[in-house]
Each structure stands twice: as structure tokens, then as C-alpha cells.
Design a protein around this ligand. Structure first.
Ligand code: NDP
Length: 373
């Protein structure tokens, strides 16, 4: 095993002065908001927290104190529409259960604010289309928070594919699985979650594969399973396993499950080697290993890359797009495409046969590549 040299040091940080950073209103103070997004905002270079929206007054009071947000910048779902009168709010970040994304994205757009929406974008293709149309009509930008597209190890692996460092990719194996235990959580409620493991965590395999290949699948074939009698899976599915066929002949074999020990990894098998990313979809701890055939030998390398804060990177990217009037790298259409593919996956599992995906080209909706420091 050969250990790769460290990357060059990152460029000198150049944060905007605080009063020039764009103001975020964070909607929904759940796990993701409290544990990841709010702390990340404190360290952003172009973004800052200016308002909170919550249905839990006691919790919001505590969080507001912690982050120095005054009571006039705290809203409930009932007073959400008043965000339109708050000039310090440039961006509304929707971190609610999936089934509520559409309603609040559309309300936010009508309030004249740019919108960052958590993944999955919504519950259905139809909802995604309505959200895109509402933002277009209100002339505000819409971005879906696909943090992996702002994560350095995943971006490096994509660069290796673009440069054919290990030859042409042929076959991808991807898995994102975890165990869930709380039967009362919204993730097990079809109306609030849209589906089970697939839109929640399987989506990472789907979106990241499309991202690293820079290609759209033409066909999917899927199986779905839920353990009979398990109350967790009364409304939403436990396991989905699916294949995606890409135009160049590449096949991606993906799986997701809500009732197995955590496993978040993928491997890209190429003509002259492979790239393996462990903890690929995690918040941190990614481990990129590559192997290259050299005659009869195989050279394995651990690629050391500095980690970043994926949430900070995606929020600063969105702020940058607004400051420079550019399309985001992951706009609403990126979320829509995943929903089109997920609906095809469910249909394939139901019919027991492959389902075609309409032709699409992400270059048509993506903005310029983000600069990740
Ligand atoms: P949580 O259940 O922890 O938080 C959701 C919050 O939404 C609640 O705390 C609550 O906040 C608010 N809420 C409003 N209405 C409801 C309702 N009817 N039922 C439940 N909660 C409600 O979820 P997460 O933070 O884990 O997930 C939120 C979103 O973020 C989802 O879309 C999820 O897919 C996405 N996510 C993305 C991740 C990523 O890495 N990008 C990781 C985890 C989640 P309040 O009390 O303040 O009103």
C-alpha cells in the first residue's frame, strides 16, 4: 500500500465582511438544522443566520439566544409569510419533513426570497415541477441541498473519472444503509416522507452516481422489499435495490435499506483500476482508496484530501450565485431529475421489469462549477 502525498494547502480564506454576507432564515429546527446547518452558518464566508422559523416556541427561544437572533426575527409557520417584510433575509432554507417542502418553498418564493431546499426536493415529480414554476414566476433562485456535490473526496473521484485516470468506468456498486428505530418519526409516515429508504438515503447513491459520471441513466430495473409485520414499514419501504443503465453502457448497482448496520460506500470499477470511497455519503470521515493495474502488479493508494464542511460549502455557493446572478450548480431541475428516476425505480419494482428514463442533459440546468476551498 502506497500512501499518497498531502494536498497543497487551501487558498487564503477571504470571507465577506459580516454585513455583506447574505442572510439566511432557517425553517424547521430539527436534527439537521441544530446539529449541522446552524453551526456551519456560523463559519460561513458569504452567508449568515438572520432569522428562525419554528413551531416550537421554547426551543426557538433557546436557539435564538444561542445564535444572537432577536425575537422580531423569530417566526412561526403561521407568521412565515411576514418574512417578505424582513429585508435582512435573502435566502429561506427549508429543513422540514419532505412532505412539507413544496408548501414552504412556494410560500417562500411568493415572499420574494431565494430558496435553498433540503433533499429529497419533495414527495413527487409533480410537486417538483410546481416548485420550479413558482420560483421561476417569482424570479427567485431555487437550489436543492445536495451537499455531496460540494464534498472534496467525491469531487476528486469525479475528477479522476473526467480525466480517465483509471481508464473508462464500467461498473459502479453503491450502498447507503442505516437502521432506524422510531416508529413515530415522520420518516415512517408516507404523507410526510414521500417514501422510505429510497428518497431519504438511497437518493445519495442515485444523485452521487449521476454527479460523478456526469451522465443521466436511460433505464432502471429494481426490487423492493419490506419485512412483513415490522411496524416501521407499514407505510414506507425498507429496502430498494436497483440498477441504472447509462448511455455509454456503464451499469450502476445500488442498494438502500432502513434496517441494516450503517454502510455508506461506493466503488467505481474501471478498465485499469478502481476507486473506492468509504463513508462516501457521511458528514465527515470519507476515505478514498484507489487501485491501478501496473503490469502484473496492483498499486493501491490512499488519497489524502482535507475535509471541508459540506453544509457551509453549499450555502456559500448559493450565496455566491445570488451575489453574482448565476444559476446554482444543483438547481430545482437537479432535484426533479432524481424524482423522475425514483418514480421509475418504484414502477420497475412494481412491474418486475425495466423502465425507461426520458433523455435528459444536466448541463442544461447546472450553473458553473462551485469553487470549493
Ligand atoms: P427532524 O425530524 O429532526 O426535524 C424536522 C423539523 O421540522 C422538526 O424538528 C420541526 O421543527 C419541523 N416540523 C414542522 N412540521 C413538522 C411535522 N409535521 N412533523 C415533524 N417535524 C415538523 O428531521 P431532519 O432534520 O432529520 O430532516 C429535515 C429535512 O432535512 C428532511 O427533508 C431530510 O431529508 C433532510 N435531511 C438532509 C440531510 C442532509 O445531509 N442533507 C440529513 C438529514 C436530513 P420545529 O419544531 O422547529 O418546528
Amino acid at each position: 500500500m502506497e500512501v499518497g502525498h498531502c494536498q497543497k494547502s487551501a487558498p487564503t480564506p477571504t470571507p465577506l465582511p459580516p454585513d455583506k454576507r447574505l442572510g439566511y432564515a432557517v425553517v424547521g429546527l430539527g436534527h439537521l438544522a441544530l446539529e449541522e446547518v446552524l453551526p456551519a452558518l456560523s463559519n460561513c464566508k458569504k452567508s449568515r443566520l438572520v432569522a428562525l422559523v419554528s413551531g416550537s416556541p421554547e426551543k426557538m427561544k433557546k436557539v435564538a439566544l444561542q445564535y444572537g437572533i432577536s425575537s422580531e426575527n423569530c417566526y412561526t409557520y403561521q407568521t412565515f409569510d411576514q418574512l417578505k417584510n424582513n429585508a435582512s433575509v435573502n435566502i429561506i432554507y427549508i429543513i422540514l419533513p419532505n412532505g412539507l417542502h413544496k408548501e414552504y418553498v412556494i410560500k417562500g418564493a411568493k415572499a420574494g426570497k431565494h430558496i435553498l431546499c433540503e433533499k429529497p426536493m419533495a414527495n413527487t415529480v409533480e410537486e417538483c415541477r410546481e416548485m420550479i414554476a413558482a420560483c421561476k414566476q417569482a424570479q427567485v433562485k431555487l437550489m436543492v441541498a445536495y451537499r455531496i456535490q460540494f464534498q472534496p473526496h467525491n469531487r476528486k473521484l469525479r475528477e479522476y473519472i473526467q480525466q480517465k485516470t483509471f481508464g473508462i468506468p464500467k461498473y459502479i456498486e453503491a450502498c447507503n444503509a442505516q437502521s432506524t428505530a422510531n416508529v413515530n418519526h415522520w420518516r415512517h409516515n408516507k404523507a410526510l416522507a414521500g417514501g422510505g429508504a429510497l428518497p431519504d438515503i438511497g437518493l445519495y447513491c442515485l444523485n452521487t452516481t449521476r454527479f460523478i459520471l456526469d451522465m443521466e441513466p436511460t433505464e432502471v430495473f429494481a426490487y423492493q422489499y419490506s419485512t412483513p409485520g415490522n411496524p416501521l414499514f407499514k407505510e414506507v419501504e425498507e429496502l430498494v435495490s436497483w440498477q441504472m443503465r447509462f448511455p455509454s453502457g456503464i451499469i450502476a448497482n445500488c442498494a438502500t435499506d432502513y434496517d441494516v448496520h450503517e454502510s455508506r460506500r461506493y466503488r467505481v470499477n474501471c478498465q485499469k483500476g478502481w476507486m473506492n470511497l468509504d463513508k462516501a455519503y457521511a458528514y465527515k470521515g470519507q476515505k478514498l482508496t484507489t487501485a491501478r493495474a501496473e503490469g502484473t502488479l496492483e498499486l493501491q493508494q490512499e488519497v489524502e484530501i482535507a475535509e471541508n464542511n459540506q453544509f457551509g460549502a453549499e450555502m456559500d455557493h448559493f450565496s455566491d450565485c445570488i451575489l453574482n446572478n448565476r444559476r446554482p450548480f444543483t438547481p430545482g431541475e437537479e432535484g426533479l431529475q432524481d424524482h423522475i428516476i425514483m418514480e421509475a425505480i418504484y414502477l420497475s419494482a412494481k412491474l418486475g421489469k425495466p423502465v425507461q428514463i426520458p433523455p435528459a442533459d444536466a448541463a442544461k440546468w447546472r450553473g458553473p462549477e462551485p469553487k470549493i476551498s
